[in-house]
Write a new protein. Sequence first.
Length: 554
Amino acid sequence: MSKLKFSIMKLKFNPLYQIFSVLPLLMLMSIGVNAQYCTPSYSTQCSNYNMYINSFSTSGGKTTNIENNNSGCDNTSNSYKYHANKVHDGIQGTVVNFSVQIGSSYPQGVKIFVDYNVDGDFDDNGEQAWVSSGSIPAGNTVTGSFTIPANATPGESRLRVRSSYSTTSFTACQSQSYGECEDHKFIILPSCTADFPLQPQNIGVCETENAVFSANTINAQQYQWQLNAGSGWTSLGDDAVYSGTSTTNLTVKNANLGLQGNQYRLVAINTNDNCSVNSNPATLTLVPTTQSSIVLSAAPSTDICLNEEAILYTAYTNGGTTPQYKWLLNGLEIPGETKATLTTKGLDHGDIVQCRFISSEQCVFPKNSLGIKFEVVSNLVAEVGVSVSYNGNNSYTFIAEPTNGGIDPKYVWYVNGQLVPNETGQSFTSETLAPWDKVEVGMLTSRDCAMPKLAKSRLATTGISSVEGGVSDIVLAPNPNKGSFTVSANTVVDKATVYIINSVGQVVYREEVNALNGLLSHQVNISEKVPAGIYIMRLIAGEQQSSTKFTIAE
């Protein structure tokens, strides 16, 4: 296995070399363990004959030291244990003081090994940090020290203290008969005093947004951001993509998917000590952008009375858990209106209401709804039609078809001019009517400005269909549809009016159309004006009319 060798050179900073020459030579990046440390073995358990390291401790660490005292035989199965929670952190070039005590029965030789280049073994020159001068008498304690090399590799490493019966002729890994081996975590810190109280953090941004990586440093006078796009670290300069490359804040401008997964780190340079320290790497993640949608509907309708209250409802997609709403009147934001519905009075004729929808999902940009234009009138005509269908077995159902009935119209039904008791619904079904009986419905409108307050339908009998006189063979296709369909019929008049009425009697569409040679064909498209639901299409030609139901699907 190849070994990584590092050295630190004292360099003089100058305008040409202070950034680009110092950084590659310092090589102070934290490197993790890249090999599996060997596990030494003993033929006799350390608990036998008290052949063990009873105590081991260190001092001189920057923030923490090893203390494993009175531990006896830590592992009786193979006389080896790694103490990951007992840590010494030492700065390059500093002294590590230690104390070691062996078991009470027999003399043992002791060696200390440190993996200074953090390559996963103790085989390199200088990694035998200390060796006892012969065997240590039973139960005795020995103190000593060793120095962390100035060119030791910063990062997480290991310290191994190993004993063997009456000898020091052993390596870090070879088998022995008697003794014990302990491994401890050993962290090598760079000697440079530059440091990062706040490391750069991973960032996820939307496409085309700016990403800003930031760090806080101490004991640093100059800075250099570096990029790793998969082939190693390179220094950055300000250009069309990056700015702030020599500050503590790096801006990645108009981030695109080509930068996905790039890593960035800051090199903090201490010009006084001619040294530098690398920050932890931070990763850039690009989140694809998506679209939201929002649709408005108005109640009682977009045709309202003067000073009548109108309520606007929203339906949306891709809004997240906490979407926001901003309502606009004629393009200007209405102060304080931020709910999912808008209740308003005092609209003028021709006013247009929109909603700006702001999704709480990341990378879903705000969306403005289509505007709803209001027709404000002083009077509306309340009307009610009636259609009839045969159910079989002499059962007929009559259905009231309101126009400007408001949100809560009331109905009464008459047969031959006589009120039918307890029939107050929008439909009336009977199995006892004769062909000459005449059925009529009255509607009490709930619209304030609609007249008359009580509107009555034409007379209907069981002997006629929903198509009368001047209109026949009506076809609405396709049905169901998504708001776009064709109405066709035969008629004896030149002009007809098409009405589309929703389930609460509001007219959501009205168009006057021409018939050619007795044939009427008209394309209707209300897909962006109304939500899904059941609607009534009414075709009025002269004094005659025809109605049919249809469905607008999702």
